[in-house]
Design a protein around this ligand. Structure first.
Ligand code: MET
Ligand SMILES: [Zn+2]
Length: 773
């Protein structure tokens, strides 16, 4: 029979219970014993909830207090030296994840260790902790969490399927401990495999039957060596274990990467939401005794499944392999989607139609069960569910809420000339130099200034109706005035309004656009205990009206210096939202691009000489497979240009990106053709600047002079050194001086001190230049 399975559950909890629990432990309000007890209660609730939906394979070991890859590193003793003298294992674990600072006491020395590096988990917005390996790394097995969780569930009478991170992904996702010491982390495979054997043994002894081994690196472009590593690893594990091994890949297509696993493991889980077209290719790669687990329900988005479509796809697999060799499940762990729609009372009331299109984790479990039941017992057995689903699918397909004829027509008729600026950069530069009259090495900031408690309180009060629109407006104006006066005082050249009216750079604009809505509880983990609540894009996007003109115009009226308008770019507006899946991403992006284009035009008409369109998410949207890069970059760059090309030569377009690692998309950054780009640099000095040895950036550029993520005030000397380094690569007339990113997470005192120093650095180099001349 077809088995209904799950790969992972949103461990953070319906109301972010786990977050509250661990944070309370960190602030010493909860003891370790209470933390463990609390976690068990949450887990028990979630296991029972999944059982109640009718799932047969329920995961355990998918719960984590920080990150599952970190759990794996910690349990195998891959603990970097700097954490080794923290004696309590739990505190050591948290220190690896989030760093630890403790003043000295009479008996203990001071502790000050930074966190391990975090990286994006494939193309999601979740960040995992990057394991660090020594070239002669030794591994030991201590308290594997999967075993502990399996036993806890078992004691409650629930048979679960333990989930572990597989050996090849674990090693591949890690890095050599010293950046200078390069070695292939996969070379550690022979050392770590015996411990995996031991881990499987412990799971078998505890009574597990199936174990899910996550190997998401199967979706990368893999070299022959890694494929060989897969073969070696799973030959060893299979030979040593009586457990049934399900190797799980997700977030993309696997192509023939799974070939080495043929007949080696008992089952494979693949993502048919991302790669439905792959079913036919993979069926012949499934060995005679292997199960194919179909990822049919989107684990990363919030839309209802098209059950009939899923059933039809599954029927093809059933026809080829038989019911006994098919599982159905989510495409990936449901930890990447929010908990349950039952808490979305606002949308339910205000927009019941939209509500009927939403499916969060609990609902997704039910969808999986319905698909399995339809396959096992026929569609009649789930008639009511299928009918309700078909009605909702049809309502979404045909609803006037999702389609705006004018927007569609406008996108279809974008003239070729709208995709690029009227004149090439050198011509625009001349016009801008004349108009702006900026000094050499102009100074600016990235947009936001400290979001103080005062600002947050005023916003809350306004949202609750305790502060009238007029009073709130006056408050925001006063904030802008403070920020403008401050920038004048410090001596910056291109000013900003400070973004006091924005809680978040995507959500703020989402409220001003048609097609966006907002959940009350649609939380997903971003890293550790940090959660985000992305907006929902459900329909065609267009402006409700001018979005920023009043604020920016007001800010400009306060100064004779150029004011920089501030917008969030089309790709970022999409990437940091739950995006609709019923039209191609590139069409949606063009809609957002057009809405922003109107705003850019209006800003110009209002007399704003510089306009920044932030695109921090362009890099992270990059597809995993190289073969898919060009197509993505082509439309994402095009949509940025669409939003910034409706204006005259003399209006200066800025863009901003952070989070580094740009070198592999350098050509696309050039193609954006922004007049000025400000870009992260201070955390990866040489890496960014190195590229200028081989490639030329022809427009103006401001690599960040200091890291805004830390309260540390950068000294004049240190920024001088950085600036001098930049001047080796970037011609004088193109270089700007600015911080790394927006200042909203900073406090005022350090902001002031840092910017005063920054302006001094620019002045120093200007006078140096004047002396040379
Ligand atoms: C994550 S990029 C942030 C850019 C935005 N303009 C800010 O300054 O906050
Ligand atoms: Zn930034």
């Amino acid at each position: 029979m077809v088995v209904a399975t799950n790969l992972g559950f949103p461990y953070v909890g319906a109301k972010r219970e786990l977050k509250k629990l661990v944070e309370s432990y960190w602030s010493a309000k909860t003891t370790e014993a209470e933390l463990r007890q609390g976690v068990q209660e949450i887990q028990a609730k979630h296991w029972k909830l999944q059982q109640a939906q009718g799932l047969e394979h329920i995961p355990s070991g998918d719960y984590t207090l920080w990150d599952r890859v970190l759990d794996t590193a910690h349990q195998f003793g891959a603990i970097p030296a700097r954490y080794q003298n923290i004696s309590n294992p739990l505190d050591q674990y948290f220190a690896m994840g989030r760093g630890l600072q403790k003043p000295a006491t009479e008996t203990t020395p001071k502790v000050d260790v930074p966190a391990m590096e975090m990286k994006k988990w494939f193309d999601t917005n979740y960040h995992f902790t990057v394991p660090e390996f020594e070239i002669d790394q030794a591994f030991t097995l201590q308290n594997p969490r999967a075993v502990e969780q399996f036993k806890t569930a078992k004691a409650l009478g629930i048979q679960t399927r333990p989930v572990i991170v597989g050996p090849v992904s674990f090693l591949k996702l890690g890095k050599p401990v010293k950046s200078g010491e390069q070695f292939d982390t996969l070379s550690l495979l022979p050392k770590v495999l015996p411990l995996y054997v031991e881990l499987l043994k412990q799971l078998a002894e505890a009574g597990a039957e199936w174990v899910q081994i996550d190997e998401p690196v199967l979706i990368f472009d893999l070299d022959a060596e890694t494929k060989l590593a897969f073969e070696r690893a799973y030959k060893t594990l299979k030979a040593a274990s009586s457990l049934k091994l399900l190797v799980a890949a997700y977030f993309g297509r696997v192509e023939n990467n799974i070939y080495p696993l043929k007949d080696l493991v008992d089952g494979l889980h693949l993502d048919f939401v991302r790669a439905p077209q792959e079913l036919e290719q993979v069926l012949p790669l499934i060995g005679e005794n292997q199960v194919l687990s179909l990822g049919l329900v989107d684990g990363r988005n919030i839309w209802i499944n098209n059950l009939e479509q899923s059933i039809q796809l599954a029927e093809k697999a059933v026809a080829a392999l038989g019911k006994d060799r098919i599982f159905v499940g989510p495409s990936c762990s449901l930890a990447h989607s929010p908990f349950s729609t039952e808490f979305e009372t606002k949308i339910e009331k205000a927009n019941p139609e939209l509500f009927s299109w939403l499916s969060f984790s609990v609902q997704k479990c039910k969808e999986i069960v319905t698909i399995a039941k339809a396959l096992n017992e026929g569609r009649d057995a789930v008639k009511a569910e299928l009918a309700a689903n078909a009605a909702a699918v049809e309502s979404r397909r045909t609803s006037p809420q999702t389609t705006n004829k004018e927007v569609r027509e406008r996108v279809a008729q974008i003239p070729a000339s709208a995709w690029k600026r009227a004149s090439p950069f050198p011509v625009r530069r001349e016009a801008q130099v004349k108009k702006l009259n900026l000094p050499l090495y102009p100074t600016t900031t990235i947009g936001s200034f400290p979001q103080t408690k005062e600002i947050r309180i005023a916003r809350q009060k306004h949202n609750k109706g305790e502060l009238s629109d007029a009073d709130y407006d006056a408050f925001i104006k006063a904030q802008m005035k403070e920020v403008v006066d401050f920038q004048e005082k410090v001596g910056l050249d291109v000013l900003v309004h400070g973004e006091p009216e924005r809680n978040d750079m995507v959500e703020h604009f989402g409220h001003l656009l048609y097609g966006y809505d907002f959940t009350q509880n649609g939380w997903v983990v971003s890293y550790g205990s940090r959660c985000v609540k992305p907006p929902v894009i459900f329909g065609d996007v267009s402006r409700r009206g001018p979005m920023t003109i009043d604020e920016i115009k007001y800010a400009q009226s306060l100064t004779s210096k150029p004011m920089k308008g501030m917008l969030t770019g089309p790709v970022t507006m999409m990437k940091w939202a739950f995006v609709r899946d019923d039209i191609p991403a590139k069409d949606l992006c063009a809609q957002v691009g057009l809405a922003l284009r109107d705003e850019v035009d209006d800003l110009e008409a209002a007399g704003i000489p510089c306009i920044q369109v932030d695109e921090p998410a362009i890099r992270e949207g990059l597809p995993i497979r190289r073969a898919d890069w060009d197509a993505y970059l082509e439309w994402s760059v095009a949509c940025f240009r669409l939003s910034t090309s409706g204006i005259s030569d003399e209006t200066q377009i800025h863009t901003h990106m952070c989070y580094s690692d740009f070198n592999d998309i350098f050509d696309a950054i050039v193609a954006l053709d922004a007049d000025v780009i400000t870009i992260e640099n201070s955390k990866s000095d040489e890496k960014l600047l190195k590229i200028f040895e081989t490639k030329q950036y022809t427009n103006e550029i401001g690599p960040g002079l200091y890291d805004i993520h830390s309260p540390r005030v950068p000294s004049v000397e240190e920024m001088k050194k950085r600036f001098a380094d930049m001047l080796k690569y970037i011609p004088d007339h193109l270089l700007w001086a600015n911080p790394d990113c927006g200042l909203k997470t900073r406090q005022w005192p350090e902001t002031e001190a840092a910017l005063v120093n920054l302006v001094e650095v620019a002045k120093y180099f200007r006078s140096l230049k004047a002396q040379q001349a």
